[in-house]
Design a protein around this ligand. Structure first.
Ligand code: FAD
Length: 290
């Protein structure tokens, strides 16, 4: 079976003119009735010369690999996307060095007249608590003016870009007048291990809204290609369903349990013996009794 057939909606629209589109995936060929998850189990089981096993065993293995941070089997899945995104989003995305990519060249091509133009309702206030974040909506009347100005400046800058191109100025220099809300395009290839890292950071509420839109579009596609891996990632990643405790936080819980006598805590809702044992040792480390 062709792995691309596993995905219903291969092109997801983002913001006003952008998109994330699935182009290719390795494994390209997937045994009938399976997903790209199979390649992860196949890779993880090389040590004893066996490929995939039953559904439960394969799901259990993927869960274990993610809990134990045994990440290399996830590198056996590689996914290639075509993306169209504003330059300021691209600048954040490109910090993920584990990708391989090729971007449209504004030295070679004339850039299209396509800018990210947020509607007035989409303009956000600077956060008072997070210097890097935004919080709440800008007053609508003011936002209408600012939204118009963003449109006007984008239009003017493109007009000057065209004027310079028509006057024979090199494309590599004329682009200097284009603002960072201009859309760029690239092909982006990354393995699943590093994509999960990217999605964890960029789908998170601390990331800028505009890059969250792209993170979530990537997630929607990856979820269809590797559903068991994403289910496990949602459960075990500390930026998703799980939580990471610092040593100070651990000490505070332990102290509370010791001072009040060891408190009882329930076993976890899992049929997997190894996962139950992992919980027992964590609970004991925090001063609980099971
Ligand atoms: C909310 C948020 C705010 C941010 N703010 C800023 C900011 O203000 N300024 C700024 O410059 N950046 C900022 N960043 C970018 C951030 O610092 C990282 O560069 C970006 O998230 C990529 O993460 P990464 O390096 O782990 O990923 P990748 O580059 O994909 O690397 C994946 C992993 O490979 C390993 N790796 C890759 N390269 C190296 C290397 N050279 N040495 C050692 N290990 C390596 C690391 O384990 C790394 O986690 C921000 C990111 C987020 C999510």
């Amino acid at each position: 079976m062709d792995a691309l057939d596993l995905v219903q909606n291969k092109k997801i629209h983002c913001l006003d003119h952008g998109f994330v589109e699935l182009i290719d995936v390795m494994p390209r060929i997937v045994p009938d009735g399976q997903t790209c998850d199979y390649a992860i189990c196949q890779m993880a089981r090389t040590s004893y010369g066996q490929g995939t096993k039953s559904v439960n065993e394969d799901k259990g293995l993927i869960n274990y690999l993610l809990r134990a941070a045994h990440t290399s089997p996830f590198e056996s899945v590689e996914i290639k996307f075509h993306m169209k995104l504003p330059i300021f989003v691209a600048r954040q995305m490109i910090r993920h060095r584990s990708s391989s990519l090729n971007e449209i060249s504004a030295r070679y091509s004339i850039m299209k007249d396509e800018f990210y133009l947020p509607e007035p309702e989409e303009l956000r206030l600077q956060s008072a608590t997070n210097k890097q974040g935004s919080d709440g909506a800008v007053n609508l009347e003011e936002a209408k003016t600012f939204s118009k100005i963003i449109k006007q400046i984008s239009r003017d800058s493109y007009a000057w870009y065209e004027n310079m191109i028509n006057a024979g100025v090199s494309r590599e220099q004329a682009r200097m007048v284009l603002p960072v809300n201009l859309y760029t395009e690239w092909y982006w290839k990354q393995d699943l291990h590093n994509l999960m890292h990217l999605m964890a950071l960029r789908c998170d509420s601390h990331a800028q809204y505009e890059i969250q839109v792209y993170g979530n579009a990537i997630l929607e596609i990856v979820k269809q290609l590797c559903p068991w891996t994403i289910e496990a990632w949602e459960k075990y990643h500390p930026l998703r369903g799980a939580i990471k405790l610092t040593s100070l936080e651990k000490d505070a819980i332990k102290k509370c349990n010791n001072e009040n006598g060891p408190r009882k805590i329930s076993p976890i809702d899992s049929t997997n013996r190894r996962e139950q044992n992992e919980w027992i040792s964590k609970a004991q480390e925090l001063g609980y009794e099971i």
